[in-house]
Write a protein that binds this ligand. Structure first.
Ligand SMILES: *Cc1c(COP(=O)(O)O)cnc(C)c1O
Length: 374
């Protein structure tokens, strides 16, 4: 019997303690294991017990056959991409990518003789138009950073499938609780485990989830390239994942309430949140995010946005996202600081835009903090 997500978050991949019969997966820090009578276990083989437990749990939550845990989200993303790319190949990315991914692929791919196109993902036909004979991968990210645009996952997956092109998605913002792209036809799902999967702003890791057949290829490359995580982080992640459904449900509820609240205040400009009825792709978001619209939103403060962030008391000013504590950041000062003003304007990142990672605090307390800062 297939259990619900809430039950899987607690039990999938976890196993007890055969020596003392404890109820949680013990921490196995060994880097050396007997090779007789079992597969060779070794940290860089990505197969020690705690890495396995965390990977199986993420794969179950993502409705995928196989999962692999990496030392960072970028390690997962680049390993997934480069496993299937070689010189002469072409990739299509959606243009508003997470900053780290943008800098990574625009720096590393040309050096390897791999070309790419960047397309506006709000119309799936833009992907179809950008396909070349040498296109090997289509890569999307939805909701996008930092303006929460929505890409129609199913439409993009079917365009790619018709041409035999692999699809990859960065599902970090949605979390496996809200959106399961494999159900919509996507081949590979990447996560920065540093965000909602870790959930407490105290660790870094990444995950890939895909089919057994694709994972076999990814795993063999991953062993060559390194980038594996470690037992301590894996053990902590498996523990964190037991509450991911509860955490994200509260974050969904808080973010929706705060988006509506911000929208009603005359001192706030645009509010970007896929759960708002007037978001341009709200209807698509509703279908492809059955668990909820996520804990990320962004908004423009009329006047001095930086002065506003300085006055917040409960909501912390910080980069990164997905923690139980609410954090806010200015893309101008952080993720998008290396872009020119024209580049920022082209992707709709105004200087007074703030990106809000909503935590699990009481909704009214967060509203009160925003009110006093305004
Ligand atoms: C943080 C993040 C990444 C990169 O993950 P790291 O763990 O920092 O390597 C990739 N995509 C998104 C959407 C992120 O938020």
């Amino acid at each position: 019997m297939k259990h619900s997500k809430l039950t899987q978050s607690v039990h999938a991949g976890s196993h007890g303690d055969p020596t003392f019969k404890g109820v949680v997966t013990p921490l196995y820090p060994s880097s050396a294991y007997d090779y007789e009578g079992q597969a060779i276990l070794y940290p860089r083989y990505y197969n020690t017990p705690n890495m396995k437990a965390a990977s199986v749990k993420v794969a179950a939550l993502e409705h995928g056959e196989a999962g692999l845990m990496f030392s960072s989200g970028m390690s997962a993303i680049l390993t997934g991409l480069l496993t299937f790319l070689k010189a002469g190949d072409h990739v299509i990315f959606q243009s508003d990518l997470y900053g780290g991914t943008y800098y990574s692929v625009t720096t590393e791919l040309p050096r390897l003789g791999i070309t790419y196109s960047m397309v506006d993902a709000t119309d799936p036909q833009n992907f179809a138009k950008a396909i070349k004979p040498e296109t090997k991968i289509i890569y999307i990210e939805t909701p996008s950073n930092p303006t929460l645009k929505i890409t129609d996952i199913k439409a993009v997956a079917s365009i790619a499938k018709a041409k035999g092109i692999l699809t990859m998605i960065d599902n970090t913002f949605a979390s496996p609780v809200n959106q399961n792209p494999i159900d919509l036809g996507i081949d590979m799902v990447a996560h920065s485990g540093t965000k909602y999967i870790g959930g407490h702003s105290d660790l870094g890791c990444g995950f890939l989830v895909t089919t057994n057949a694709l994972m076999e290829k990814i795993h063999s490359k991953a062993i060559n390239w390194g980038g594996s995580s470690d037992a301590n982080t894996a053990w902590l992640v498996e523990r964190s994942l037991k509450t991911i459904v509860l955490r994200v449900r509260q974050q969904n509820a808080n973010a929706l309430a705060l988006a509506r609240f911000l929208k009603s205040d005359a001192r706030i400009g645009n509010v970007f949140y896929p759960g708002l009825e007037d978001h341009p792709n709200h209807a698509i978001a509703k279908v492809q995010m059955p668990g909820g619209f996520g804990g990320m939103l962004s908004f423009e403060v009329k006047g001095d946005a930086l002065a506003f962030t300085n006055k917040l008391k409960l909501i912390k000013r910080a980069l990164s996202l997905g923690g139980v504590e609410s954090t806010i950041c200015s893309p101008l000062k952080t993720s998008h600081s290396k872009m020119s003003a024209a580049e920022r304007a082209a992707i709709g990142v105004a200087d007074n835009l703030l990106r809000f990672s909503v935590g699990i605090e009481e909704t009214e307390d967060l509203m009160a903090d925003i009110k006093q800062a305004l």
